[in-house]
Design a protein around this ligand. Sequence first.
Ligand SMILES: Nc1ncnc2c1ncn2[C@@H]1O[C@H](COP(=O)(O)OP(=O)(O)O)[C@@H](O)[C@H]1O
Ligand SMILES: [Mg+2]
Length: 238
Amino acid sequence: MIEVKNLAVKFGEQYVFSNIDLTIKEELITTIVGQSGTGKSVLMKCIEGLVKPVEGSITIDGEKIFQLKKQQLNITRKKLAMLFQGSALLDSLNVYQNVALPLFEHTDLSETAIKKEVKEKLDMVGLEGVLTKMPSELSGGMKKRVALARAIILKPKYIIYDEPTTGLDPIMAEEISDLILKLHSQSHITSIIITHDMNCIRKIKGNIVMLHNKKIVFDGTYDSFINEKSEIIRGFLK
Ligand SMILES: Nc1ncnc2c1ncn2[C@@H]1O[C@H](COP(=O)(O)OP(=O)(O)O)[C@@H](O)[C@H]1O
Ligand SMILES: [Mg+2]
């Protein structure tokens, strides 16, 4: 479980948000929504330990991450996978090398075992016969799939998707949303999806947390979200 308590982040004199309380429950899907610039990515970077808040705490499976020593923080971080918006594949490595990289870095598996793991994960994300392709030869949707295979290769407990469908055409966007749901149901990974794409929100139907004007203005089920009467939420849903 991830617990965010009374979190506040400031850049210079400007607060991004304050008084943020949030619980990410295990094995569920939490969708963090809100307009651009409301601090969704900053909130996720705090959970990753990459941005330090000026107030508040984040606890991951009972450990307060901003109080951990570097070595312990790195162990806790390995429970979290992050799928960045731009896929962030290494252009000079082929698909196999990109997906295998975390295994080479963090395990002592044999090359044969690594090949097997990589093939299995590529299969899970619906890619076949692309092992020796370079990132430049792949479409945007395929790159996202490769990045996803790499994100799950160390079997993380949590996965954070930052705007997974942004910049994709509607068909590809729908495929990626389907894939997120499939991975979630197959691996019971706790999934956190940051998005402002209503199609993605409708498809995923996770627990919704909405950021607006430096605060959380909604935290509840998808069904209660779409039936909310508040003007802010009606405006977002339009
Ligand atoms: N490293 C940074 N330095 C200064 N301001 C930042 C930094 N990162 C984000 N911000 C500001 O914080 C606010 C929230 O950004 P962000 O979390 O990226 O929004 P979202 O992901 O919801 O679109 C924005 O106003 C952005 O300009
Ligand atoms: Mg963002």
